[in-house]
Design a protein around this ligand. Structure first.
Ligand code: PEP
Ligand code: MG
Length: 584
């Protein structure tokens, strides 16, 4: 009987292989009350277990293959650091002494307390950091109980690819398994932003998480298909279905190989027009993915994620350290740091009760920063200080009126003067750009283009505001249409204004990363794209097959279409012609 289970996709791809069901599940942790004279002995037992865990992790770290991305070692380092942290080193010892209990139980009490703090966090990224606590505590408890696990040593099966089925997997487990030819992982627990998920994406291993009771449904050695493009785990398939997935797998490998070959190739159109392809990042860690696809720097770094779910904003020093670290990792390629874009769906504290009547139209982004210089100035100072360590640009979100520009530039000047007085280094010529994501700004793009060094079109908000359609309300999702003629005319206005003023115009909204829209955007004259790393090579492929001049001519009548249907018909006609043209 065929079986199909669904899960959350954390790393795409198709894998076929036999199941390896990991049996390490819950440990049996019980409490013992210890006589006074055994307490110090118990403390020693705990300290030895910690030492043993450190040794294990160091061994795993030394086994990471040389070609593995450097961030992967960082995951193991995180666990090693946790083993040095007082929360896991000293507090359990205090609990052993205070409660006169066994080490396993003391560790469990401390784990429960730490996990509670993490569970209360709204940010899904931070919430998944509790996995790290679980993994490290689990490792120490196993040592204490003499149940050290090696993730099912599959030594004897080196030539056979395996699909790992587990309740949960620690990043260190995945590193070890990676040495053993694994085809995919499927787990019951975990989320798309867990370290293990990030790692699976980094390693290019198809992965599904959140598959309920998966290890109970699947038997060891059962032949499985993981279709991590559609979120399915399939078992018991007949030969015909297996042949279908083998074909899919072959096509995918071919397409992936072809795309990877484009990494070092220039984003050049057939008529030799150079296009700049940069990446959007949300976290400093995303630099690894952007480098893997050969992005020419970062076109949008959404810094608001640094400010969320914490009691107080990060200090100037904390921000400086992060920005400096990020710009250094880019080795001379530009880092475009967008200043705080808080508000609307990106609240500092979720569910904040003092919210305004219409958050998307309220005190958000640059409006908030101009009203609260004590929030904005430390960020500007941190960015400026980091500018001494690489190529850095400042991007201002949600500019609406031209009058906001001198106010922003005034604050940047003030931050520079302060730094000069304090003899702190910064790039005196740091470029300042503005996001064009409000229709009024798009219509005045000529004025913006003269007062700023560069512009970047934020199509997500530009669509939201020009179509009067809330970008997070699924009931009006159908109106959120990148082919709306009004939206395209606004984009056209901004690109032309930039061209006339000699000011570069990029696009960093999701539209830029949609390969089906690439010919249209080129035809409108867009030459700088900032896209999610995952879609960069596909966009590059389309660019390299495009003839900029021809597309421009074909599209010239497009903006005079009478409705979206007509435009869409014209567009698919041109896309078809483009396909035929490029296949010759
Ligand atoms: C945009 O609005 O297009 C944009 C890139 O910014 P965000 O999605 O962060 O609002
Ligand atoms: Mg925006």
């Amino acid at each position: 009987m065929p079986l199909s289970l669904t899960g959350i996709i954390v790393s795409k791809g198709i894998a076929i292989g036999k199941a390896r069901v990991q049996q390490h599940g819950q440990l049996d942790i019980v409490e013992y009350v210890l006589p006074e004279e055994y307490i110090e002995e118990e403390v020693m037992r705990f300290s030895h277990a910690l030492e043993h865990a450190r040794k294990q992790l160091k061994t795993i770290r030394s086994q990471i293959p040389g070609d593995t991305p450097r961030d992967i070692a960082a995951f193991i380092d995180t666990h090693l650091l946790m083993l040095e942290d007082a929360a896991l080193c000293s507090v359990p010892i205090e609990i052993i002494r205070e409660h006169r209990c066994n080490a396993e139980w003391a560790l469990k009490l401390q784990q429960d307390a730490l996990v509670q703090v993490f569970d209360a966090m709204e940010d899904p990224y931070l919430r998944t950091r509790r996995d790290d606590i679980d993994h490290v505590v689990h490792r120490i408890q196993q040592i204490l109980l003499h149940e050290d696990h090696m993730p099912s040593a599959i030594e004897s099966e080196r030539n056979e690819t395996r699909i790992i089925i587990a309740v949960d997997l620690a990043p260190s487990d995945l590193v070890q398994l990676h040495n053993h030819n694994i085809a995919a992982i499927v787990t019951e627990r975990g989320g798309p932003m867990s370290h293990t998920a990030i790692l699976a994406r980094s390693l290019g291993i198809p992965a599904l998480v959140g598959v309920p009771h998966v290890h109970q449904y699947i038997d060891n050695d059962e032949l499985l298909v993981v279709d991590a493009n559609n979120g399915a785990l399939l078992a018991g398939l007949d030969e015909q279905a297996l042949a279908f997935y083998r074909r899919q797998q072959r096509h995918e490998r071919q397409a992936h190989r072809a795309l990877q070959q484009l990494k070092g190739e220039p984003a050049l159109t057939l008529d030799n027009v150079t296009i700049t392809l940069r990446a959007n990042i949300e976290l400093s860690e995303d630099i690894t993915a952007m480098r893997r696809v050969g992005a020419e720097g970062v076109g949008l770094y959404r810094t608001e994620f640094l400010f969320m779910n914490r009691e107080s904003p990060p200090s100037e020093e904390e921000q400086f350290q992060i920005y400096r670290h990020t710009v250094r990792r880019l080795k001379g390629a530009p880092l475009t740091i967008r200043t705080l874009d808080l508000g609307a769906d990106k609240e500092i504290v979720p569910d904040s009760s003092n919210c305004c009547t219409n958050p998307a139209l309220g005190l958000r982004a640059i409006r908030l920063c101009l009203q609260e210089p004590e929030l904005f100035l430390p960020q500007l100072r941190a960015i400026l200080r980091a500018s001494a360590y690489g190529s850095l640009r400042i991007l201002i979100p949600m500019l609406t009126t031209v009058e906001e520009i001198p106010q922003v530039l005034g604050l940047i000047r003030r931050a520079k003067e302060e730094l000069k007085r304090e003899k702190k280094r910064f790039d005196h010529n740091v470029m300042v750009g503005g996001m064009i994501e409000v229709p009024a700004a798009a219509l005045c793009a000529d004025i913006f283009a003269h007062q700023l060094d560069f512009l970047s079109i934020g199509t997500n908000d530009l669509m939201q505001y020009s179509l009067a359609t809330d970008r997070i309300d699924e009931t009006v999702n159908h109106l959120f249409d990148p082919l709306n003629i009004g939206v395209l005319r606004l984009i056209d206005t901004v690109l032309k204004a930039g061209h006339r003023a000699g000011t570069p115009v990029a696009m960093c909204g999701e539209m830029a990363g949609d390969p089906t829209l690439t010919p249209l955007l080129l035809a409108l004259g867009l030459k700088e794209f900032s896209v999610p790393a995952a879609s960069l090579l596909e966009v590059k492929r389309i660019i390299r097959q495009s003839h900029f001049g021809k597309l421009k001519r074909q599209f010239s009548s497009l903006l005079h279409s009478e409705n979206a249907l007509q435009l869409s018909a014209k567009l698919s006609e041109i896309n078809q012609a483009h396909k035929k043209f490029t296949s010759h």
